[in-house]
Design a protein around this ligand. Structure first.
Ligand SMILES: *Cc1c(COP(=O)(O)O)cnc(C)c1O
Length: 363
């Protein structure tokens, strides 16, 4: 049995520290926001090299709150990737904006900067790149486009905690970075959680108000806000895991590099590192024209695999009507041929060899 991610193995390795932290929170009975949340925000900001970090209830909320803080509103267009989890585009819709999908790079699966300018209109307000599967998007090129056209840059870092490019962590490049701490993410808690990193004090203050009913001082409400707070139990867990995130990401890279070495010359094409940044392999995603066959063979041996993402966003029912006639050929091709293999820090080299062995004998 090899799962996509083994959260139990990781828990057992850090159980003592996690259990102690959680029990302390239970004993203290301060559950919402609180000292662990503040400390986690400071520690995460320091790790990422950003001035401010504001924790919230989920990655989806992080995107939503960031777009609100940025002032994105009805009628505004936000350029993003069609090859991502639905939340990226949902958040744009929550504020009344329109997601504008730009095709991806065939090697990195990230938004293709060379195709962005053609999608810019007078209504475009922001670009929201997704650092998909843990590989940073081409931020130098995207930043240059933002500067030239006076657009905001908001990063979807849900899959890229700890990834870096040109010496900067993802989330420290745009005006804001949106993180998810969903349990299976590189830095995950034991429930839902999220965070927005912010370059300016003004944005951070706005985000703090938005996450907590629009108030700076309790019961003094200045704007319409939301209930989107992180709780102390999740924060204490995140503090334990943040101390280890560098090792966790290095271990993911070990697993990925072994896969890539063993899969060279096989019926699957390993993912490409673009050489510009540090890929943290939230997913290890290959391309193959024998996807069903390989997934069946793996499943028969008790090895998990998954397709992220089988239907790109411009083809989802919810968006299809708006995107009739739009062709995004690279995205369509990649979503037809991609599949993700098990990857997690605790995965052993022997397990990687086992997965590769099954793939090689299947095709
Ligand atoms: C997981 C994810 C989100 C949403 O995060 P939640 O914490 O599940 O709300 C957003 N964008 C991307 C790219 C993700 O992978």
């Amino acid at each position: 049995m090899i799962p996509m991610v083994d959260l139990k193995e990781q828990y057992h390795q850090i159980k003592e520290e996690i259990d102690r932290g959680v029990l302390e929170v239970l004993e203290k009975t301060q559950f919402i926001l609180g000292p662990n949340v503040s400390s986690f925000e400071e520690e995460a900001a320091a790790y990422l090299g950003v001035k401010h970090a504001v924790a919230c209830a989920s990655g989806t909320d992080a995107l939503h709150l960031a777009l609100l803080a940025a002032g994105i509103k009805a009628g505004d267009e936000v350029i993003t990737s069609p090859f991502t989890f639905i939340a990226t585009a949902e958040a744009i819709c929550y504020v009344g904006g329109k997601p504008v999908f730009v095709d991806i790079d065939p090697q990195t699966f990230n938004i293709d900067p060379a195709k962005i300018e053609a999608a810019i209109t007078p209504k475009t307000r922001a670009i929201m790149p997704v650092h998909l599967f843990g590989q940073p998007a081409d931020m130098a090129a995207i930043e240059a486009i933002c500067k030239k056209h006076n657009l905001l840059l908001i990063e979807d870092c849900a899959q890229s905690f700890g990834a870096a490019i040109n010496g900067r962590m993802t989330g420290a490049i745009g005006s804001m970075g949106c993180f998810s701490f969903f349990p299976s993410k590189n830095l995950g808690c034991y429930g839902d959680g999220g965070m927005v990193s912010a370059a300016s004090a003004e944005l951070a203050e706005q985000l703090r108000m938005l996450r907590n009913h629009g108030c700076k001082v309790r019961y003094h409400h200045d704007i319409i806000g939301y209930n989107s707070r992180l709780d102390e139990i999740q924060a204490v867990i995140l503090r334990v895991k943040l101390k280890r995130i560098k090792t966790y990401n290095e271990e993911r890279r070990r697993v990925a590099h072994l896969y890539s070495r063993l899969l060279a010359g096989s019926a699957v094409i390993p993912p490409v590192e673009d050489g510009k940044g540090v890929h943290v392999y939230h997913q290890y995603t290959v391309l193959t024209s024998s996807r069903d066959q390989i997934m069946k063979a793996l499943g028969d041996k008790g090895i998990a695999s998954a397709v992220y993402y089988p239907i790109p966003l411009h083809r989802q029912n919810v968006f299809a009507a708006d995107y009739r006639g739009v062709t995004l050929p690279v995205t369509d091709d990649v979503s037809a041929r991609c599949m993700s293999l098990p990857i997690y820090p605790e995965m052993t080299n022997g397990q990687v060899e086992e997965v590769v062995g099954v793939i090689k004998s299947a095709v």
